[in-house]
Ligand binder design. Sequence first.
Ligand SMILES: NC(=O)C1=CN([C@@H]2O[C@H](COP(=O)(O)OP(=O)(O)OC[C@H]3O[C@@H](n4cnc5c(N)ncnc54)[C@H](OP(=O)(O)O)[C@@H]3O)[C@@H](O)[C@H]2O)C=CC1
Ligand SMILES: CC(=O)N[C@@H](CCC(=O)OP(=O)(O)O)C(=O)O
Length: 315
Amino acid sequence: MKVFVDGQYGTTGLKIHERLNQRNDLELLSIQEEYKKDPELRNELMNQADIVFLCLPDQAAREAVTLITNPHSRIIDSSTAFRTQEAWTYGLPELLPFQRDKIASSSRVSVPGCHATAFILAVKPLIQMGILPRQYPVSLNSLTGYSGGGKSLIEQFESSNNHDTSHSLRLTQPYSLKLDHKHLPEMKKFTDLEFPPVFLPTVCNFYSGMVVTVPLVTRLLRNQPSLKQIHTILTDYYLGERFVSVIPLDDPRAMSPNALDPILCNGTNNAEIFVLGNDEQVLVSCRLDNLGKGSSGAAIQCMNIMLGLDEEAGL
Ligand SMILES: NC(=O)C1=CN([C@@H]2O[C@H](COP(=O)(O)OP(=O)(O)OC[C@H]3O[C@@H](n4cnc5c(N)ncnc54)[C@H](OP(=O)(O)O)[C@@H]3O)[C@@H](O)[C@H]2O)C=CC1
Ligand SMILES: CC(=O)N[C@@H](CCC(=O)OP(=O)(O)O)C(=O)O
């Protein structure tokens, strides 16, 4: 199987390339850095490949798709460009029981956004099981590492001009203050919520890692569930999943004051769900690595499913 990563020198592409390079079940096609934007060379490599990963800005991803004319080349796109389009399959295998089969048979798979992955994993089971009404005014906050903003944000955070502590980028900073974050459409579509959630992300002064938290008032949920009942619904939904786990209520990780430390899934493709709070007000949180289950790891998981390989291979 031949694989090509378009955007292999960017933040997401580099991670995918690094992981695939260690495998001997795939033939990894490469492009030299100086030619990375050469349409003819990319065209040639993309059309040779069985799987093409696109790790490009949205507009470049749209253009790249038009370069792929060979019907056997299957695409896994990590940008926001196609996630809510009908012709594309949403690359979140744990979403619903049939999602893996859809990914396996698809030739166009879109990797979910990192905030969206954590949010959907946290609330989908509650909506699906009828506890969280589709009309509920859902909100979420997200703490994310700055690598989520790609090369340009990494440069801003790490540049030498940025050593002055009065510089705003040195500081953890909420953003998307118009409440129009680009992940809202996929969050709404794949949870079946009637209204988009109110979403306040915060970019933090660490490289990678993410924790998304959804606060819920139990008396506004159907059947007024206890914290334990909410925990049970989530646990049952993800039973048997390798990469998504619901942390038991009495687990030291859930009882620790650092339960929601955003960096503790780093370097893995894992998403960990926590149910915290009390019987009146509950927090459902999901921690993942924005460069793992939030992008590169998820993309490789999708590829493994599409090629009928062990889903955990290389992860
Ligand atoms: N970082 C993350 O945590 C996540 C990122 N994503 C998405 O993945 C995609 C890639 O993001 P990320 O890796 O962070 O971005 P980066 O900016 O780090 O990397 C993008 C790479 O693509 C190259 N590139 C830009 N335009 C073209 C083009 N026309 N042809 C070929 N190569 C091109 C860039 O080169 P140059 O720098 O020279 O322009 C760069 O090497 C984006 O759509 C992003 O939104 C999704 C989930 C999480
Ligand atoms: C810190 C930061 O800026 N993070 C990015 C999310 C990264 C991501 O998931 O991007 P895509 O939707 O393009 O895939 C953001 O919030 O826009």
